[in-house]
Design a protein around this ligand. Structure first.
Ligand code: Q0Z
Length: 286
């Protein structure tokens, strides 16, 4: 990484330029909860997320082209094609949770989609919906209507991003459901390549970009436990932390339990032993 130029930091990832056409995306072991990055790392979290993203990129290439060029041997770094990113977050919801539930409760709609009356928190939607959001540079992404999103990217781009997002979600949600995980919702980021073609970028279908729920505990009518972060959230609630910076240090049992949940998600979804991934990250690409 001697001549990689640092371009930016996300909450838990770093982005570098390798050359004019290629970027390096590095996933750290940092974890955030209630929008705050905690001082304690979860060992291997970055590898799990990188491996899962690569797995989905490899299996969805027939639906949509993606930015993945190579996985580095460290298992946490992805070489990718440099794109011109669309200024919208492409969110797909299959279930009513988070801001979708909040918007539904106050308006009966989510991003302009009118939903049936009487739905409960975490209910499955009649069909997945595309609920775009703006990219906030600071603070929270804001849900927008399809018309607003189309005004930002153009009507044709919007229609294409919606169609691909729904198709990607449907494929992954069905795949995951058969392996005991509900993907309640997910966020995609698309960009265009030099030829103007739409390409899936960033990370895809990871627990950091999606809500993963354990299917065997699914019980609509309230919030669902998070597949990956529930031990962290439970611990944070118990400490009485006010959810502003700085967050609490995590005890070792919470770290171990959380690491085990990430590894479990990886193994359930990919069918690949995590040890094998660590030895050779390219096993996810098969
Ligand atoms: C992704 C982000 C991160 C900070 C830009 N293939 C691409 N081409 C152009 N730009 C991006 C990508 Cl993935 C791109 N981000 C999000 C990631 C740290 C910000 F690791 N920003």
């Amino acid at each position: 990484m001697a001549d990689a130029v640092h371009l930016g930091s996300g909450k838990v990832r770093e982005l570098y330029a390798l050359d004019a056409e290629r970027l390096l995306l590095v996933a750290s072991d940092r974890i955030s909860t209630f929008d705050v990055v905690l001082p304690t790392d979860i060992p291997d979290k970055g590898r799990v997320l990188t491996g899962l993203s690569a797995f989905w990129f490899a299996r969805t290439r027939s639906i949509c082209a993606n930015h993945l060029l190579a996985l580095r041997p460290d298992g946490r770094s992805t070489e990718c094609r440099r794109l011109s990113m669309l200024p919208i977050e492409c969110v797909v919801r299959g279930y009513l949770a988070g801001s979708g539930w909040k918007d539904y409760r106050t308006t009966g709609e989510v991003c302009g989609h009118r939903l049936p009356a009487g739905m409960k928190e975490s209910d499955k939607l009649p069909a997945p919906i595309f609920t775009p959001a703006t990219k906030a540079t600071s603070g929270h992404d804001e849900n927008i209507t399809g018309e607003q999103a189309a005004a930002l990217v153009g009507a044709e781009r919007f229609a294409e991003a919606e169609r691909l997002s729904i198709a990607l979600y449907q494929f992954a949600a069905d795949y995951a459901r058969a392996r005991g995980i509900i993907i309640a919702d997910t966020k995609f980021e698309f960009g265009t390549d030099r030829d103007g073609r739409l390409v899936l970028g960033d990370e895809a279908l990871t627990p950091d970009s999606s809500r993963f729920w354990p299917a065997d505990q699914y019980a609509p009518g309230g919030p669902q436990p998070s597949f990956d972060k529930q031990y962290v959230r439970d611990f944070c609630e118990k400490t009485g932390w006010n959810k502003t910076y700085p967050g609490p240090e995590l005890p070792i049992d919470v770290v171990r339990g959380t690491r085990a949940r990430y590894v479990e998600a990886f193994e359930k979804l990919t069918g690949i032993a995590f040890d094998r991934y660590v030895k050779d990250p390219t096993v996810t690409l098969g």
